[in-house]
Design a protein around this ligand. Structure first.
Ligand SMILES: [Zn+2]
Length: 272
């Protein structure tokens, strides 16, 4: 279960709490056991999540995730509240107005189909904007090196974020987030921070998208209906083989296409 899944459960728990007035506790309905709230950063110190709460399934779709096999789903949103240490952390950002770019992707089961190859080119071409990058201090994350980023654009501020909530608070003050599908886009969606989400063909905004976001997708021979790749969602064994079509679909999304969306969003927000 990744951070994105944790955030989606958090949103469902918030909705249930609002409906029933009862605190919620994460229940793994496949293993028939409660999950440890303390091990998930986005569940800790959240007022509607408690060890004393009512069990709420973490695998509600036939013991799978909400969006499994292209099930249409709209993630629920829930507020983030920050502690003093996170508020302090955000103060190191030197820009007042900034865009957060997340060029990293977890080397999880869907790697590398969620990876976009042109981050360095984008960072280089967005020199008119203040860019902040939150570098996750976790193993098994792929993305450009600090040196590559600063060579492309020396004005970028890179902050090390060992803790995901540090990254969330940086996003909370941003004008825009640019990312692939994952924990960052879920965080922005929950806070209704505008985001450009580069989906390609593997995942779909019809399954994990938020209204506050602009999605860049591709329909392909493996994603004919727009609900995501049909090839790699069947089993763990198949997931170990990356879908070449999805990888190619990502490479057809150009830097120019992303920049046009950046301009649209920034200009729209300026005239409001
Ligand atoms: Zn595919």
């Amino acid at each position: 279960m990744g951070i994105g899944d944790d955030i989606m459960w958090r949103g469902e728990a918030y909705k249930k709490f609002k409906e029933t007035g009862k605190l919620q506790r994460p229940w793994n309905n496949k293993k028939n056991q409660y999950m440890n709230i303390e091990t998930r950063e986005v569940w800790k110190n959240v007022s509607w999540i408690s060890r004393k709460g009512k069990p709420l399934d973490t695998l509600p779709n036939n013991k799978r995730r909400w969006y499994f096999k292209g099930t249409p789903y709209k993630p629920k949103i829930a507020p983030f509240t920050f502690k003093e240490k996170q508020i302090e952390f955000q103060k190191q950002i030197k820009f007042k107005d900034y865009i957060v770019i997340n060029p990293y992707v977890k080397q999880g089961v869907f790697y590398p189909m969620k990876m976009w190859p042109y981050w360095i080119e984008l960072i280089n071409r967005l020199k008119d904007y203040n860019i902040v990058i939150c570098a996750p201090q976790r193993p098994h994350v792929d993305g450009p090196t600090e040196q590559q980023i600063l060579q492309a654009n020396p004005n970028v501020q890179i902050v090390n974020t060992p803790n995901f909530l540090n990254c969330v608070i940086v996003i909370s003050k941003a004008k825009l987030l640019i990312t692939t599908e994952g924990a960052n886009h879920h965080a922005a969606g929950n806070m209704q921070i505008p985001a450009i989400v580069i989906y390609g063909s593997h995942n779909s905004p019809l399954c994990t998208g938020y209204d506050s976001q602009v999605s860049i997708t591709r329909t392909t021979e493996c994603n004919t209906d727009g609900y995501g790749c049909h090839r790699n969602n069947k089993s763990k064994t198949q997931n170990s083989n990356p879908c070449i079509t999805c990888i190619q679909a990502m490479s057809t999304i150009t830097t120019q296409e992303v920049i046009e969306k950046v301009t649209e969003i920034i200009n729209t927000n300026r005239t409001e």
